[in-house]
Design a protein around this ligand. Structure first.
Ligand code: C5P
Length: 405
């Protein structure tokens, strides 16, 4: 059964040429089992007809705030309470401005003020209108208030301009709605917990332009942060330099070297965290003394020697200081994977170690998939190979169960 079955969605349509795409959105939603009621602004009536929307949604279409007949059926406050989700597609610049100001001068804006349910906006307007500082300020304010958002997309516009302002495609809006209800179904059992996660490589300076680093993409750590947040945890993500987008909602601390990463971890766990996961690929060594100036190429020699010293072992230090109730490390190995991982678990004082074989080209560094073995003092568990995102959800579940035992 689709996760939209019996979900009550109030679709607000405001004035814009993209309004015709909302007909397709209603069709997708009703086909998936959702119950859709449509509210039009006056502007929207110039683009789509009430008759069409009524036929497709299977409900009378509402547009007037002070309509005694409609109010006799379902009053506007009742309608605001009825919705599990309000979707405004397209959301015009005018509507966003009114919503940001908290106005209630038509039915749709009143419903948005009166609802306690989530609201998702799919903005659509001319690219210059979207880029205007007033619209940008309204969009930012609405996001800060927790209003959800999709798009606008970039591309050719009905007016002939090219740029950001196209309404996202109905299929994309539909997927966002599905994801929203998926997330709402995930149990929020980590709501009181603080998880601190390191991710990505560290970058150790040789001189102002050169460094020692590694191929870590940060994907596993970022996926773990997303999975923990989906279950309600407060997540601090301490990340070395990576090319991927940070998950919305995490407190991100960007660092470069292992020393900076350790300092950020200690700072974040002045109060003991619930869980610490060291998913970062920390460089084992750093320069004994990094050069202040760019090192010159010396024409009289073919060799140079860099003196390296060991970096602090971040996770072992944090374990010793008892900075988290549960500490989870990763062990990337190319041989004797399980054996080496077990000895790391003990040596570093960890509760869980997640071992993977980085000699395999299809998993680990920079790949989207991963296959690991999870080891504790008394358990060994090898989940199937899967995407890092799916694996992250399983690992968060395992870690959570372990903290309970
Ligand atoms: O010793 P090794 O690098 O194999 O250990 C891997 C685990 O230890 C990972 O969880 C990694 O984040 C952590 N680590 C660390 N500080 C280091 C080296 C590794 O926290 N200097």
């Amino acid at each position: 059964m689709s996760n939209l079955a019996q979900k009550r969605i109030l679709l607000g349509i405001t004035g814009g040429i993209a309004a015709y795409k909302s007909i397709e959105l209603i069709r997708l939603l009703t086909k998936a089992g959702a119950d859709v009621q449509v509210v039009l602004t006056d502007g929207a009536k110039a683009f789509v007809t009430e008759m069409t929307l009524q036929a497709i949604s299977g409900h009378p279409v509402r547009s007037t705030l002070l309509d005694p007949n409609a109010e006799a059926g379902m009053g506007h406050i009742e309608l605001a309470k009825w919705a599990d989700l309000i979707v405004i597609a397209p959301a015009s610049a005018d509507f966003m401005a009114r919503y940001a100001q908290g106005m209630a001068n038509d039915l749709l804006s009143t419903l948005c003020l009166a609802t306690e349910s989530p609201v998702l906006l799919a903005p659509a307007m001319n690219q210059a209108m979207w880029k205007h500082p007033a619209t940008q300020a309204n969009a930012k304010l609405l996001t800060e208030r927790g209003i959800l958002n999709i798009g606008p997309a970039d591309g050719a516009q009905a007016c002939g301009d090219i740029g950001p302002g196209r309404m996202s495609e109905p299929g994309d809006i539909f997927n966002t709605i599905m994801t929203h209800f998926d997330k709402a179904q995930v149990k929020q059992d980590l709501a009181d917990q603080h998880w601190v996660i390191t991710a990505g490589p560290t970058m150790e300076a040789i001189d102002p332009v050169r460094f020692i680093s590694n191929h870590s993409s940060g994907k596993m750590g970022y996926a773990l942060a997303t999975a923990a947040m989906a279950r309600g945890a407060t997540v601090t993500l301490i990340s070395g330099p990576v090319q991927i987008t940070a998950p919305a909602g995490a407190k991100i601390i960007a660092v470069k070297s292992a020393d900076e990463m350790l300092a950020a971890c200690e700072q974040s766990m002045i109060t003991q965290a619930d869980v610490f996961i060291g998913a970062a690929a920390v460089a084992d060594f750093k320069m004994k003394a990094a050069n202040d100036q760019k090192m010159k190429k010396q024409s009289d020699t073919d060799e140079i020697t860099l003196t390296l010293v060991k970096n602090p072992d971040i996770i072992a230090t944090l374990a010793q200081q008892k900075r988290a109730k549960t500490l989870v490390g990763f062990a990337a190995e190319t041989q004797n994977v399980i054996e080496y991982a077990k000895s790391k678990l003990e040596r570093k004082g960890l509760d869980i170690i997640i071992a993977n074989d980085v000699s395999r080209a299809d998993i680990g560094f920079n790949q989207d998939d991963n296959q690991v073995t999870v080891i504790t003092k008394d358990k060994t568990w090898s989940p199937d190979k899967t995407t890092k995102n799916a694996l992250a959800e399983q690992l968060v579940e395992f870690i959570q169960q372990q903290t309970q035992s």
